[in-house]
Design a protein around this ligand. Sequence first.
Ligand SMILES: Cc1ncc(COP(=O)(O)O)c(C=O)c1O
Length: 370
Amino acid sequence: MSKISYFTPQITKEDINKVSKILSTKWISTGQEVSKLEKDFSKILKVNHNKCVAVSSGFSALHLACHLAGIKSEDEVLIQTINFVAIANILKNLDAKIKFVDCKSKTNPNISVEDLEKKISKKTKAVVTMHYGGYPCNMKKILQLQRKYKFCLIEDACHAIFSNYSKKKLGSFGNFSSFSFYANKNITCGEGGMLYCKSIRNAKRARFLKTHGLNRTSLSHYKNLQNKYEVNEAGFNYRLDEIRAALARSQLNRIKKNNLIRHKIFMKYNKHLKKNNRINIAFSKYTKNNFSRHLYVIISNNKKKIIRALNKNRIGHSNHYKPIHKLMAHKKKLKMKNSDYIDNKIISLPIYPGLGLKKVEKICKIINLC
Ligand SMILES: Cc1ncc(COP(=O)(O)O)c(C=O)c1O
């Protein structure tokens, strides 16, 4: 049987043409294409275009969010433990106090609002929620908690381009949110990301901070033909370039269609796996076409056997995620009922536009024989 990769990015002729066009202009660092990407992205996110700031990665978006939120040494920040490690790394490097929160249930790896509420205190500076696989955390309850405890809310929406929730898009609820355009994301330009800021003031600051703190961009420098500049605040280099912006913009044109293809793949997997009582399917009841469907995740006691069969048949798979508090760099002895249960049982299966439904059937057949 031919190999089925866990993920293959979709790069079309149109994508290549758009990138080539930028290369031929010879303006390749940040410029007008980046501004256009911010505008296109904000339109789909249904927010003011001044609030979206294109950056070099999901990590940079999260780091800028934490910086703008004023998170510093000893500040208490709550994050879910079934999570990508980026946010924990950022907080550790800021010397913040990380409090890990359990996941909702044995089939929902999103943050448990009950455990969150138990662990919140008046000292909580920020809560970072990650919409696992593009499925919404309980934002209604989290926003209620925010009103009560006044913490800064950061949404890690790296998986959630463009999931719907209560007539809005995920990633437009918090004070800040992050999106990633890494190679395996629903939109990719290799490396890239987007920061959303609820306040235009913060977005304006982010624009300076992402380019070393300089109070002008190379584009404004070029347009104004002036060579004076100032640095009011020490910044970073988190810029996105024109080449990547062109690729991301081109991908944005078909995100709606591609998310629908992912939805169909999700439904196909469900159809063929739902009778298998040796596995649980994460978010299996989320059957509306409302989500980015970034991941398709099964949870099974039979993980070892399934992995062996997938490997034997050259089918790619992944693990989202080992709980962060069990990673060497962030190790803590904690009891987490649901996360401990899920750990070592999670398998992410291929889900992407180029996969094809026939291959989904094959994958299911192999899993059902285990
Ligand atoms: C949930 C989540 N947060 C943050 C990131 C970091 O994004 P990037 O790799 O673009 O820095 C990722 C990327 O894999 C992610 O999946």
